[in-house]
Design a protein around this ligand. Structure first.
Ligand SMILES: [Zn+2]
Ligand SMILES: [Zn+2]
Length: 287
C-alpha cells in the first residue's frame, strides 16, 4: 500500500516573489543512460550515495508567484505519464491553486517530462487560461519533421511534442532573446536539447537560476559533470554547458534549482576535486 506524502510542496521567498517546488514524479532510471561514463563507475558513485537501486530520477515543477502572475515553469508529465505520477495537479490543489489560476507557463524545453503536463490524459489543455512561452528553437526543432537519424527514444519525444503542440499550439508563443517578464530572464543552456533554456529569477536582493535539465542524477553528474545522458541531443555540447554553468554558479555562489535535483531541488554548487558537489538548501518552516 502506498500513500502520498502530506507535503510534496516547498516554498521559498525570492525578494517579492514566492517560488514553489511541486513534486510531480519519481521516474525509474538505469545506469545505461550514461553515454560517456563507464557503467561500473556510474554504479559505484550511485552505491556510494546510499540511494536505493534501481536509481530514480526526481521530477519537480516550479511555480513562481510574482504577486501579479502565477507562472508555472514546466508542467511535469501530465497526460504523458506512465505509472510514475503525475502529482502536479494534486499538489496544486493542496495549496489552493486551480488550473485556471495559472496565467503563464514557461517551458524550458519540449521533452515529455516538462511539456507533457500541458495536456491531460484526453489531450485537453491542462491550463486553459495560460499563455505558454516556449524557446523559439525548441518549438521549431520539436515541432518540425522527425529527422531520419534519431533514435527510437528521440522519435518518441518528437511524437510527444507533436501531440502537445496539436492540443495547445494556439496557446503557445515563441520566446526569443533573453528578456521574458519583469524579474525573469532566459539563460540559454544548449546541448541537452537545441534551445534548452534556464530561467533566472531576480527580485530585490535575491536571485535564483532554474537550470532545469543540467543534471539528471545528482549523485553521478556533480562529481562527473562530463557524464551525459542518452536523451541529450548533443552529448558533447551538453557536457560542455554543464561544466561551464556549474563552474559559473560555484564561483558566483548563486542559488540554483533543477527539475531533476532531489526535492525541493534547490541549493548551491561548490567545486570538489575535478568535479562539483551539491549543497542542498535547508528546509525552512516559514516562507
Ligand atoms: Zn529533458
Ligand atoms: Zn527532464
Amino acid at each position: 500500500m502506498t500513500s502520498m506524502q502530506p507535503a510534496n510542496v516547498h516554498q521559498l521567498r525570492i525578494g517579492d516573489f514566492v517560488l514553489t517546488t511541486l513534486l510531480d514524479a519519481q521516474m525509474e532510471a538505469s545506469f545505461e543512460l550514461f553515454q560517456n561514463l563507464d557503467e561500473t563507475e556510474a554504479k559505484r558513485l550511485h552505491l556510494e550515495s546510499r540511494r536505493p537501486t534501481p536509481p530514480r530520477i526526481t521530477l519537480n515543477v516550479y511555480l513562481l508567484d510574482t504577486g501579479e502572475r502565477k507562472i508555472l515553469i514546466d508542467t511535469g508529465l501530465g497526460g504523458l505519464a506512465g505509472d510514475a505520477g503525475p502529482y502536479l495537479m494534486a499538489n496544486l490543489e493542496a495549496i489552493g491553486i486551480a488550473a485556471e489560476d495559472i496565467d503563464t507557463v514557461l517551458i524550458t524545453h519540449m521533452h515529455p517530462d516538462h511539456a507533457g503536463g500541458l495536456i491531460d490524459a484526453n489531450d485537453n489543455p491542462a491550463f486553459p487560461k495560460a499563455t505558454v512561452l516556449v524557446p523559439a528553437g525548441e518549438l521549431d526543432y520539436w515541432g518540425g519533421e522527425i529527422p531520419n537519424d534519431v533514435s527510437d527514444a528521440q522519435k518518441g519525444q518528437f511524437q510527444a511534442a507533436h501531440r502537445v503542440i496539436a492540443a495547445v499550439g494556439s496557446q503557445m508563443q515563441h520566446l526569443e532573446g533573453t528578456d521574458v517578464l519583469p524579474g525573469i530572464t532566459r539563460v540559454p543552456l544548449p546541448g541537452h536539447t537545441p534551445d534548452h533554456s534556464g530561467y533566472r529569477i531576480a527580485s530585490g536582493h535575491d536571485r535564483i537560476l532554474i537550470w532545469t535539465d543540467i543534471v539528471h542524477m545528482p549523485q553521478i553528474q556533480f562529481p562527473r559533470p562530463d557524464a551525459s545522458v542518452a536523451f541529450d541531443t548533443d552529448l558533447d555540447q551538453a557536457a560542455a554547458t554543464r561544466r561551464e554553468i556549474m563552474a559559473q554558479v560555484a564561483e558566483s555562489q548563486e542559488l540554483i534549482a533543477g527539475h531533476h535535483l532531489d526535492f525541493p531541488g534547490i541549493g548551491y554548487v561548490v567545486e570538489d576535486g575535478d568535479g562539483f558537489r551539491f549543497l542542498p538548501h535547508v528546509w525552512q518552516p516559514t516562507v
